[in-house]
Design a protein around this ligand. Structure first.
Ligand code: ADP
Ligand code: ADP
Length: 224
């Protein structure tokens, strides 16, 4: 297994948001966490990202415990639901930000930014500011920024749910294309079953802080 979450537990006060949850993601796999609002999906993603601490259990990346590593040392790419681009930076600066703090040269950053803009099919917006772009375009840029530093895992938290239906369908295809072409192991949180069916190699269904079912879309929904 590439990424393993083993018996993860998260407690807020006296409320158990996650109760001994275990999931696996294999190299190159696209996994969707599916379930109703409040079931603990975002909490699990935040634990994996290192944005919040476990109250029990372990998270392993290629067999190595991540539990004590802070978010910035995990090297994961994250896209959130709402536009989380830096508003005062251009698109190119947003995408190049992670490379810059890692000490990449200007020419290297510029080459990579152009490559990523091509990949997300927005070759001409490098000098625009996020506020000049549509919601769907901003999410494409957020995706480009997340993959700019070659993350070991891509984490997507309802990246499409703030968009209208047409843009959502387009961007769904885009996410799939990018994920497949890079082969990057991906975990996406969604409450939309159709979205999970369209994207996932494996779907993990959650409810009330536990995993209730897991399998391929065929296993879960097309069994005779
Ligand atoms: P989902 O992503 O499935 O909508 P969340 O993981 O956001 O669910 O939340 C799971 C439950 O934990 C919800 O009942 C939510 O209100 C609660 N919760 C999330 N974060 C906190 C927090 N920081 N403090 C207290 N309760 C929280
Ligand atoms: P999402 O839209 O991903 O489900 P929320 O809007 O539920 O996220 O939560 C936003 C922030 O508020 C998160 O940091 C979460 O941990 C916190 N939070 C969520 N539910 C509660 C709660 N019941 N009490 C305190 N904090 C909460």
């Amino acid at each position: 297994m590439y990424l393993t979450v083993h018996n993860a537990t998260k407690i807020y006060g006296n409320f158990t948001a996650l109760d001994s949850v275990s999931i696996d993601i294999e190299q190159g796999e696209f996994v969707c966490l599916l379930g109703p609002s409040g079931c603990g999906k975002t909490t699990l993603l935040r634990l994996i990202a290192g944005l919040t601490e476990l109250d029990g259990g372990d998270i392993l990346l290629e067999g190595e415990a991540l539990s004590d590593l802070p978010a910035r040392k995990r090297g994961f790419g994250i896209v959130f639901q709402s536009y989380s681009l830096f508003p005062n930076m251009t698109v190119a600066e947003n995408i190049g930000y992670g490379l810059k703090i890692r000490g990449a040269s200007r020419s290297e950053i510029s080459r990579r930014v152009n490559e990523l803009l091509e990949l997300v099919k927005l070759p001409r917006v490098a000098d625009n500011f996020p506020g000049q772009l549509s919601g769907g375009q901003q999410q494409r840029i957020a995706l480009a920024r997340a993959i700019a530093v070659d993350p070991r895992v891509l984490l997507l938290d309802e990246p499409l749910s703030a968009l209208d239906a047409k843009v959502r369908a387009e961007l769904r295809g885009e996410i799939r294309h990018v994920q497949r072409s890079l082969g990057i192991p991906t975990l996406m949180v969604t409450h939309d079953q159709e979205e999970a069916l369209a994207l996932a190699d494996k779907i993990i269904c959650m409810n009330h802080g536990i995993v209730v079912q897991a399998g391929t879309p065929e296993d879960l929904y097309h069994r005779p």
